[in-house]
Design a protein around this ligand. Structure first.
Ligand SMILES: Nc1ncnc2c1ncn2[C@@H]1O[C@H](COP(=O)(O)OP(=O)(O)O)[C@@H](O)[C@H]1O
Ligand SMILES: [Mg+2]
Length: 249
């Protein structure tokens, strides 16, 4: 089985009766394997965030189905897609971690407290949470900054704290909605490198990331292009005129 399967997912907003209805997702099909780093591209307003919100259990779709493997084996898999968010608590707690463009850190807490707090809210005991937070921060290269306040960190470092927070709970799928949108090119590249490390090796996670940057997208294992309410596995490299490294010689 794939880690994630999205089948014929549909979602619209507004009301037909008032002529305000827009169909945003018109039958999304996609699959992500364990350890895959997938870039999702598409014009502004095409529904990328809507899709991530439904996969992340924050918003119900209108039709279709999502299956997410439960890697921690609390159940076999999570099946949802049209269920209301209060019925998919397990997806949010054990299935997906989130990264946002503007980091969403608590500014006056330290790096380690930002990460540990998320674990404690999920029910973990304080010592365990701090230990897990410490090891997640070490993994993202911030082992020497754990006691820095969030406001003392650079944008790139803040985003790495957010990545640590997202991976600390051992969730198998990381949803990243324009994670490099507020970063300079170098910090953006660092985040991409970090995603590559986290999706390879032992106990790999999978990452679905929205980006507008074709150079970052071309470093992913696979790129998907969303357009007119559907997703196409796409050879965006050629569409954007990017050459493969091998071809450049
Ligand atoms: N809660 C909502 N109510 C009404 N319309 C929405 C809502 N959320 C998103 N939309 C609309 O759905 C479309 C897709 O939005 P979004 O998923 O944010 O696109 P993207 O992330 O690709 O820029 C847009 O036209 C947006 O205005
Ligand atoms: Mg968006």
């Amino acid at each position: 089985m794939q880690l994630l399967e999205v089948k014929d997912l549909k979602k619209g907003f507004g009301s037909k009766a008032f002529n305000t209805r827009i169909e945003v997702l018109k039958g999304i099909n996609l699959e992500i394997k364990r350890g895959e780093l997938v870039a999702l591209m598409g014009p502004s307003g095409c529904g990328k965030s809507t899709l991530l919100n439904i996969i992340g259990g924050l918003l119900p779709g209108d039709e279709g189905e999502i299956e997410l493997e439960d890697v921690n084996h609390i159940s076999n898999k999570f099946t949802y897609g049209t269920k209301s968010p209060n019925k998919v608590v397990n997806v949010r707690r054990n299935g997906v971690g989130w990264i946002f463009q503007d980091f969403h850190l608590v500014e006056h807490l330290t790096a380690i407290d930002n990460v540990a707090m998320a674990l404690e809210i999920a029910g973990m005991e304080q010592n365990d949470a701090e230990e897990k937070a410490n090891s997640a921060l070490t993994k993202v290269g911030l082992g020497d900054r754990i006691n820095f306040g969030a406001e003392q960190l650079s944008g790139g470092q803040r985003q790495r704290v957010a990545v640590a927070r997202a991976i600390a709970g051992s969730r198998p799928l990381l949803l990243a909605d324009e994670p490099t949108g507020n970063l300079d090119a170098e910090s953006g590249n660092d985040i991409m490198k970090l995603f590559k490390i986290l999706t390879k090796g032992e106990n790999p996670i999978s990452v679905l990331m929205v980006t507008h940057d074709p150079n970052l997208a071309s470093q992913a294992d696979r790129m998907l292009l969303m357009k007119d309410g559907v997703v196409a596995a796409s050879d965006i490299k050629s569409a954007w005129g990017i050459k493969d490294e091998e071809e450049e010689e």
